[in-house]
Design a protein around this ligand. Sequence first.
Ligand code: FES
Length: 111
Amino acid sequence: MRAYQKKYFVDLETIKSLGTYQNDGITMHWANNQIYAYNWHCPHEPECDKLKYGTFSSQNLTVECPGHHFKFSVVSGNNVIEALTKRFGSLETYDYMIEEGKVYIKIHTSD
Ligand code: FES
C-alpha cells in the first residue's frame, strides 16, 4: 500500500459552489458529484503555468491547455494522445477524502 500525506484543500461546500478551486499548484474541479484534482504543472513544460488556465470539460473529463492545446484526462492524468504521454509523461492526479465537510487530497510520499 502506498503511503500518503493528507492535506486539507478546501471546504466541500466551497468547491461545490465554485466548481473549480486552485491553490498551491493544484486545481480541483467539482463535476458529476465528485472531485477531480491534479497538479497544473504540465509534464511537457513544468515551469509554464498555462495549464492553470486550461479549459475543463465535465463531459469528457479533460483539461486543455490554452497555450499549447495539449489535452489531459483529469482522471488518469494522461494526454489524450497516447504518444504525447509516452514522450512527456502524465499530469499528477490526486485521490481525495472528505471528512466533516472538509476536502483533503492525498499526496503520495513513497511506496
Ligand atoms: S504547458 Fe504543457 S501543454 Fe501547455
